[in-house]
Ligand binder design. Structure first.
Ligand SMILES: Cc1ncc(C[n+]2csc(CCOP(=O)(O)OP(=O)(O)O)c2C)c(N)n1
Ligand code: SF4
Length: 280
């Protein structure tokens, strides 16, 4: 069987095609690329469908678990991480993956994001960062660059922009990476690494919302936006050798930060064991 036919079979194995399709995404949306990358990463890791739980909030990106044939939870806006935390504490052997948008994770869910990083709980978070609220019509998000246009920023956004990678590192996450929907093979490797990491893992994934961000900011269609990612991404190993002025206007991709800090569920299990030993 050729490679494309094989990958198509793999993809269909992990989808719910009869129940949930067609999907709600605009043609060319980066969400589909991330979903394909996630499926191939899970398949390569050889995980059983029943070992994986995918949790999301609300947003275009957060629709993803609906289409996936794992254990799934489609919850409320901004609250994917609290639900995922509950699942992980109840079932620590399961691989818990959160799919979230930049509004979902960093605006309404910002506090949950910070504390999940701080606890270093073993959850993989794939943040689909399209720099805007897609589902509700293109309002600006905490990741919208200064000067960019949105329905709620008709004269240009005058707020400062969050860097999700810096935020996660500062708050205590143990695996922090950035990828894009153009660099799919790199994205798959980053997702694999994140799933296998014991601790909180973030994959900040730059993605295209051509329908709103691209249109309002004259960045063109989906293909033009992918091309922008191609031209502006600098892999971490290259970036480390460049002076800061050469990185202006660019962004760094790859595994940016990794530590081996203790993980929340392990700490909790040790506490329970200690207390049980005291009682007996
Ligand atoms: C409590 C609550 N507040 C607001 C909303 C409306 N709402 C739904 S999705 C969304 C933002 C989506 O943006 P993002 O998380 O970046 O995801 P995207 O759609 O871009 O993938 C908002 C504000 C809601 N559903 N619930
Ligand atoms: S509105 Fe934007 S984020 Fe939502 S499906 Fe369309 S392109 Fe994707």
């Amino acid at each position: 069987m050729d490679k494309i036919a094989h990958e198509s079979d793999v993809t269909h194995h992990y989808l719910r095609p009869k129940k949930k399709f067609p999907n709600v995404w605009c043609a060319g949306c980066g969400n589909g690329i991330v979903m394909g990358a996630l499926i191939r990463s899970i398949d390569r890791l050889g995980l059983d469908k029943d070992e994986v739980v995918v949790v999301s909030g609300i947003g275009c990106s957060s629709r993803m678990p609906v289409y996936l044939d794992f254990g799934t939870l489609h919850t409320t806006h901004g609250r994917a991480l609290p639900f995922a935390t509950g699942v992980k504490i109840a079932k620590p052997n399961m691989k818990v993956i959160v799919i979230t948008g930049d509004g979902d994770a960093l605006a309404i869910g910002g506090n949950h994001f910070i504390h999940a990083c701080r606890r270093n709980i073993d959850i993989t978070t794939i943040l689909i960062n399209n720099k805007i609220y897609g589902m509700t019509g293109g309002q600006f998000a905490p990741t919208t660059p200064g000067g960019s246009f949105a329905t709620t920023a008709p004269y240009g956004n005058y707020e400062k922009q969050f860097d999700a990678v810096k935020l996660a590192i500062g708050a205590g996450a143990s695996y922090v990476a950035r990828g894009t929907v153009y660099h799919v093979q790199q994205l798959e490797k980053l997702i694999e690494g994140a799933i296998m990491k014991k601790g909180f893992a973030l994959v900040d994934t730059y993605s295209n919302c051509h329908t709103y961000y691209g249109r309002f900011n004259k960045e063109g269609d989906a293909v033009a936006m992918l091309d922008w990612f191609k031209k502006h991404a600098v892999p971490i190993n290259v970036a480390q050798k460049l002076p800061p002025e050469k990185l202006e206007g660019k962004f760094v991709t790859g595994l940016i930060h990794e530590t081996n800090a203790t993980e929340f569920c392990e700490e909790y299990a040790m506490l329970v064991e200690r207390l049980a030993a005291k009682e007996s």
